[in-house]
Design a protein around this ligand. Structure first.
Ligand code: CA
Length: 266
């Protein structure tokens, strides 16, 4: 499958992989692996953008990269299927009208293969029937072209959040360990399962669901501890979690607060 890796001018640190199955973009055909993950890149949310209109695709890829997403770009349905089945993403942004396999078919096929990644479908058509078809195909949200960039970004953020909040199993950073909210245990990775207390679960789940966000002590105090006792209780619980799960599970952001550790472990 021909591939082309290009770097958009404003996204030097974020590799944007463009994959086209049928030379749709003028025969650009270079096979290159994704660059080794640089510091920080592994923490980005990964988004698969499926769009055949080159100018729009490149504009969106730059924009999303600037918003902090690690973007892979597929120029047709075949390439989208290939990437969607072989790599893991946090979000899918799929144009409906594509050469070859159309966008909704891509989604149906990915869903049939167990890919549950939240998907926002872009379409030029906005009728009720199209919308229903899109949702039936496994789209989580739907946006009609032309759209305002702010609306696209807001919907993507909301989609990511809804997905995260509904999950009963939350991944810790980009590592192998997960937090199971039902059993209050952390498992996966090399060590044995680790049991947590209710407060520890609440604190860890909050950080893990927004791995790219820094929470201030005041926010954590308010969200997890109902504002009780003063900020010291936050530090105490961070200490408990680090003792149980390794120092690197939570990162201290000097002067700002805490965030999830990139690998969710020591
Ligand atoms: Ca299109």
């Amino acid at each position: 499958m021909p591939r082309d890796v290009r770097k958009a001018p404003h996204t030097e640190v974020v590799p944007v992989v463009v994959v086209s199955a049928d030379d749709a973009w003028g025969g650009v055909a270079v096979a290159l692996p994704r660059e080794p993950e640089q510091a920080g890149v592994g923490e980005r949310e990964r988004l698969l953008l499926v769009e055949d209109e080159r100018e729009l695709a490149e504009m969106l890829a730059r924009l999303l990269a600037a918003e902090g997403f690690a973007v892979d770009l597929a120029a047709d349905g075949q390439a989208a299927l290939h990437l969607g089945l072989t790599r893991s993403y946090d979000l899918l942004l799929v144009d409906r009208r594509l050469p070859g396999i159309e966008g909704l078919d891509v989604l149906v096929r990915l869903r049939a293969r167990g890919v549950v990644t939240p998907a926002l479908v872009l379409t030029a058509r906005g009728s009720v029937a199209d919308r229903v078809n899109g949702l039936d195909a496994g789209a989580d949200d739907y946006l009609t072209k032309p759209f305002a960039v702010e609306e696209l970004l807001a919907r993507l953020r909301a989609l990511g959040r809804r997905h995260q909040d509904a999950a009963q199993v939350v991944r810790l950073g980009k590592g192998e360990r997960v937090l199971d909210l039902a059993t209050r245990t952390v498992h996966g990775g090399a060590g044995p399962p680790v049991e947590l207390t209710e407060r520890e679960v609440q604190l860890l789940a909050l950080l893990a669901r927004r791995p790219n966000r820094v929470f201030s002590r005041a926010e954590l105090l308010d969200l997890v501890f109902d504002g009780a006792d003063g900020g010291g209780v936050v530090d105490t619980y961070v200490h408990y979690l680090r003792r149980k799960l390794g120092r690197g599970v939570i990162r201290t952001m000097r002067g700002a607060g805490y965030r999830m550790g990139p690998m969710g472990s020591g």
